[in-house]
Ligand binder design. Structure first.
Ligand code: ACO
Length: 326
């Protein structure tokens, strides 16, 4: 049995910045409301010629370079996204071809904001059992393409971004120590895109009604998110025989600063151990945790031997946590 860990990370954010003041001009909102209710000051928006796969390729090349791995050495590519380039084929196929990772298995994974942790867990299983040596996991979202800029409940929250990590066998005590994933479909209608699938195929009517945009019942999700993130974080710590006091870094999914603060307090993690970037990038769904991870690695905030807890919650609803020794 092998232990899986991160060999390299990389991220790619679109250049265009959308501030709260920009949004004040298009929808009935204010910088004061968005900042106080979410912690978000600005987010990124992809240019028309950028897609989920093109930004993924940029982030992946950086992660591969940091890992010292060639694309041809990859055994598996997992692209976690709910905003694919197109319904068919998978965005992972497009990334695989662009990277030149010929013949390597590649697939998309849809678990919304928890998707990167779901992808990490799949990667860990492949590496642990020697079914794969090097796995590229990407969290990639261009949610601006699914936002209704007339709906102030959603358009202020989400941003575009991509990040990737190369996973491979590492020497203990480094590596993934514990993981825990959950899904509860009874809350599926709390966050969804009604049209464009088999239930409601795209038509002139669905477009006129805006049914291809994200719909969210934010208030209901808020409560489920806080409870689930606390529970799942405690579960992985318990599995590893550790406590919140042992943590060096806590990276929660950047859904809302009030959610991450509530979870941090409930877990008893001290304020200097949490990493947040929601003010600069908004909620980038499955790209949220890997963007944070890459920023922590690049800035030296995450050092070898550190114990890091990552916890996420998203549409589905899905939630999960991964505990790893860097
Ligand atoms: N600007 C101004 N006012 C607004 C805005 C806005 N952008 N949005 C909502 N409001 C108003 C509402 O209309 C409401 O007004 P009313 O009281 O007159 O009816 C009031 O503000 C309060 O609305 P709430 O929805 O109760 O506001 P809340 O404090 O819950 O904040 C938010 C909304 C930010 C969406 C929050 O509920 C949240 O973050 N929820 C969790 C989201 C989440 O975790 N999603 C899952 C992960 S994302 C994924 O999986 C892709």
């Amino acid at each position: 049995m092998y232990v899986a860990g991160v060999l390299g990370t990389g991220s790619a954010l679109p250049e265009k910045v959308i501030t709260n003041f920009d949004l004040e001009k298009v929808v009935d909102t204010s910088d004061q409301w968005i900042t106080s209710r979410t912690g978000i000051k600005e987010r990124r928006q992809a240019a028309p010629d950028e897609t989920t796969s093109t930004l993924s390729v940029q982030a992946s090349r950086k992660a591969l370079a940091k890992a010292g791995i060639k694309a041809a050495d990859l055994d598996l590519i997992i692209c976690s996204t709910i905003s694919p380039d197109m319904p068919l084929p998978s965005t992972a196929s497009l990334i695989q071809h662009a990277l030149g990772a010929r013949g390597c298995c590649a697939f998309d994974l849809a678990a919304a904001c928890s998707g990167f942790l779901f992808g990490m867990t799949v990667a860990e299983q492949f590496i642990r059992t020697d079914a794969a040596k090097y796995v590229l996991v990407i969290g990639a979202e261009l949610l601006s393409r699914y936002l209704d800029y007339k709906d102030r409940a959603t358009c202020v929250i989400f941003g575009d971004g991509v990040a990737a990590a190369v996973f491979g066998p590492v020497e203990p005590p480094s590596g993934i120590l514990a993981h825990e994933l959950h899904t509860e479909g009874q809350y599926a209608d709390h966050l969804f895109i009604p049209a464009g699938g088999t239930a409601l195929p795209a038509s002139r009517k669905t477009v006129e009604e805006g049914a291809h945009y994200i719909k969210m019942r934010g208030n209901e999700l808020f409560k489920v998110a806080v409870r689930s993130l606390e529970d799942v974080s405690r579960q992985v710590l318990k599995k590893a025989g550790l406590t919140a006091d042992d943590l060096d870094l806590f990276i929660p999914h950047q859904a809302n600063q009030r959610i991450t603060e509530a979870v941090r307090e409930r877990l008893g993690v001290c304020p200097e151990k949490i990493y947040n970037n929601i003010s600069r990038v908004g909620n980038t769904s499955s790209a949220s945790i890997p963007i944070c991870l890459d920023e922590c690695v690049q800035s030296g905030r995450l050092k070898k031997g550190d114990l890091v807890l990552m916890s996420a919650f998203g549409a589905g609803v899905t939630w999960g946590a991964v505990l790893m020794r860097w």
